[in-house]
Write a protein that binds this ligand. Structure first.
Ligand code: ADP
Ligand code: MG
Length: 729
């Protein structure tokens, strides 16, 4: 029965590290080899084309058709020189991951043969027959056209001999059907709003840039073991499995020595990343067994996000070369840490100033405080929306579930920033006019750099933490498209900065001086955003109660969390910043609810199958062995002698029966609940029904399967156990 399990465990156990093909050159030579970056543009494009393209990129301006033809020709030559045979628009639909449709470069030559060609028209815009991408009803089937259009700000690259062109994906009527379009809109909005505010401090600022440095956490599982777990293969997580006796309690995995098979995988992955211009820099073991992290050097947010999506596909590919499967699910294993993707986020000017980094002069520090306080105010005002932006069926296991941080957004500032905010808040207008106090504030602010440099009291329980020169949005899930969080955050901050600018300007018009006007508005924001500031233990029950009192969004049901996208504040904020229209928001929520339902539906089906076709038959067989044994013992011994053995066996038989009967009953109940839910036509209501009536049954079924795992003969247990999945390298 368990032949398969023992075979795969042995296979996994015997596996050795796969040698990596290390390039003979150093990273600085092969870095960006497969990217059409400025160096390649310069080499392959006519000088005039090169200059016009660079100008268009730097100034966010459209490219003329003639120019596009010239760029396409150069790009094609470069791609062919590097082994490409196909080209593809590469976009981020509202599913997980990326979409590509490959076309060969060939065109008819009119003489019965072909020539290799690539026109500006095909580079700039395509009409993918993409009617089956989720669109929330925006695109009716009779008007199934969608357009993909070149995003010149993210360079083309070659992946698997295909020239990939990063594009946005929109409907015939111009609504976004992807993540990139609203992300680019949000980045434009924060650029405009941020620049206007940054000019209070430096008239020459032309742009404010949003930066993102993501930290990708993941698990690795041996391929043979993975293939013997239908739940992992079909849902990305284990739907059953009793905790291993040893898991992370010794804390011996975090930053520990990297196993050689894994190290080979990491090296291989890094080389691939570097060839594709992804600045992978940091790698280490994470807290849970077989959990790891990769982090690059931070980049402009749109590019960083493209790189993260590219990385996720690269990881899957490279893992297979090393006989691993990579798990990007937020909670592949119960009882041990889940995986996130901390989004380190900051704003900076085109002159190289990081706006969340304290400066050297009081003026710099006023700018620092201005931006930090506005970011905090935006997160406070839109905490429900930001939670929605990171919520999904999979991330739900990481946030708001048992053994997970609560589903509440709060900001950790650390004690030093907290005391600066405190001091600013409590200085009155009169004091501000008093020179002595003014100096004290000036001095206080100018001390920030020294203070924050050793600001090491990192709070790991906070979903949104200030870490010296940036904020870390830690609630983002490991499988997520960062754009979801980044577009909401940047849009919210842009809107807040616009509001701030208006208010400060009004004060200036009324005759206040700049410093006074800024400090006055800063103080108002500090007061308004008190609720979001929490430096305590985010995992504690007291915090849940406290957060509720403070009026923070405490909803834990993912389908209801999505409602925040359609709140009045969200619709208005997205409308004012031009990031998403109401129609887009409504359509995208339809997609979110539908995706939620489908994910739970798949999990429920897989679990039902495992319960009824894998676990119950084995448990029945083991039970009947015990029954046989009991009969034999009865016939062999006197009643008195046999009674103890019989009592023990009977008790095990009874326990097995009880677990089996709950599993069967609950599986029937779950199937019934699905049937009821499936009849609901509203996507929102259907998702809620899945959340309320299907998910709880899954938890009950799992509980009893895991109990059976402890009772049934190890030899018979059909699926690889946690101790095998997590500790075999
Ligand atoms: P941690 O100690 O938080 O685990 P890591 O070194 O793993 O730190 O990751 C930190 C990430 O934050 C890196 O991607 C790094 O480039 C990025 N980062 C550093 N400074 C900034 C910044 N100002 N803005 C955005 N990202 C940043
Ligand atoms: Mg971090």
């Amino acid at each position: 029965m368990s032949k398969l399990r023992f075979k795969v465990v042995e296979e996994a156990f015997d596996r050795k590290a796969i040698p990596v093909e290390i390039p003979s050159e150093r990273p600085e030579e092969y870095y960006g080899k497969y990217v059409f970056n400025r160096k390649k543009m310069y080499e392959y494009l006519p000088k005039k084309t090169y200059e016009a393209l660079v100008y268009a990129i730097d100034n966010k301006e459209p490219l003329s058709r003639a120019l596009a033809d010239s760029v396409a020709e150069g790009m094609r030559r470069w791609a062919i020189d590097n082994g490409a045979r196909h080209y593809s628009h590469w976009f981020h639909p509202l599913t997980d991951g990326t979409a590509e449709k490959h076309d060969a470069f060939i065109e008819h030559d009119g003489k019965g043969g072909v020539v290799e060609e690539f026109s500006g028209k095909l580079l700039v815009q395509q009409e993918p027959d993409a009617s089956s991408f989720p669109n929330g009803g925006i695109r009716n089937t009779f008007e199934a056209r969608g357009y993909s259009a070149w995003d010149i700000s993210s360079p083309a690259f070659i992946l698997d001999n295909t020239l990939c062109i990063p594009t946005i994906f929109i409907s015939y009527t111009g609504e976004s059907l992807d993540y990139k379009t609203p992300l680019l809109r949000a980045l434009n909005a924060v650029d405009k709003a941020g620049t206007a505010v940054a000019r209070y401090f430096d008239q020459e600022v032309k742009h404010v840039i949003s930066y993102l440095g993501w930290e990708q956490e993941y698990f690795l599982v041996d391929e043979a073991l993975y293939s013997a777990r239908p739940d992992l293969a079909l849902t990305g997580r284990t739907l059953m499995g009793h905790e291993s006796a040893k898991n992370q309690q010794l804390e011996d995995h975090y930053f520990g020595a990297i196993p050689s098979r894994v190290e080979a995988f990491m090296l291989d992955l890094e080389i691939e990343c570097h060839k594709l211009g992804i600045p992978a820099k940091t790698r280490h073991n994470e807290v849970a067994p077989n959990q790891f992290e990769l982090a690059p050097i931070f980049e402009e947010t749109n590019l960083a996000n493209d790189h993260n999506l590219l990385l996720m596909s690269l990881m899957a590919e490279v893992a297979r070369r090393h006989n691993f499967r990579v798990l990007l699910h937020e909670k592949p294993f119960a009882g041990i840490n889940g995986s996130g993707k901390h989004n380190n986020w900051s704003l900076g000017t085109d002159k190289g100033v990081l706006l969340f980094a304290p400066g050297k002069t009081p003026k710099d520090n006023l700018q620092f405080i201005t931006f930090v306080v506005n970011a905090m105010a935006a997160v406070n005002r839109h905490n429900g929306l930001l939670k929605a932006s990171i919520s999904s069926a999979t991330n739900a296991h990481r946030l708001g579930a048992n053994e997970a941080p609560p589903a509440i957004i709060s900001i950790f500032t650390g004690s030093q920033l907290a005391s600066i905010l405190d001091r600013l808040e409590n200085s009155t207008d009169a004091q501000l006019n008093d020179l002595a106090v003014k100096e004290e504030i000036t001095v206080g602010l100018s001390q920030i750099p020294e203070l924050l440099i050793d600001n090491t009291d990192r709070n790991r329980t906070s979903p949104f933490a200030f870490t010296g020169n940036r904020f870390e949005f830690r609630a983002v899930g490991s499988s997520a498209n960062c754009a979801s969080a980044m577009l909401a955050l940047n849009a919210a901050v842009a809107d807040q900065l616009n509001d701030f600018k208006n208010k400060v300007d009004r004060r200036l018009e009324a005759g206040e001086n700049l410093r006074q006007a800024l400090l006055e508005e800063i103080r108002i924001l500090i007061r308004e955003s008190k609720a979001i500031h929490f430096d305590g233990n985010g995992y504690s029950d007291e915090w849940k109660a406290e957060a509720k009192r403070r009026g923070l969004d405490c909803e834990t049901s993912v389908p209801k969390i999505f409602d925040a996208y359609l709140s009045k504040e969200s619709i208005e904020m997205f409308g004012r910043t031009g990031v998403l229209s109401r129609i887009e928001l409504e359509a995208r929520n339809e997609v979110k609810w539908e995706m939620y339902t489908k994910k739970i539906q798949i999990e429920a089906r897989v679990l039902g199958d495992l319960a009824i076709n894998h676990v119950i038959p084995v448990a029945t067989r083991y039970q009947s062995i015990l029954v046989d044994n009991l009969v034999k013992i009865k016939s062999l011994f006197t009643e008195q002698k046999a009674s103890k053995i019989i009592a023990q066996d009977l008790s095990t038989i009874e326990k097995i029966s009880e677990h089996m009967s709950v599993i069967k009953e609950e599986t029937d109940k779950m199937v019934e609940a699905r049937k009821v839910a499936n009849r609901i036509t509203s996507e929102r209501e259907k998702a809620i029904a899945y959340h309320d009536s299907v998910v709880p049954s899954m938890e009950v079924i799992r509980y009893h399967i895991d109990k059976l795992e402890l009772l049934v003969d190890n030899e018979m247990w059909p699926l690889p156990k946690y101790r095998e999945l997590l500790f075999i390298r």
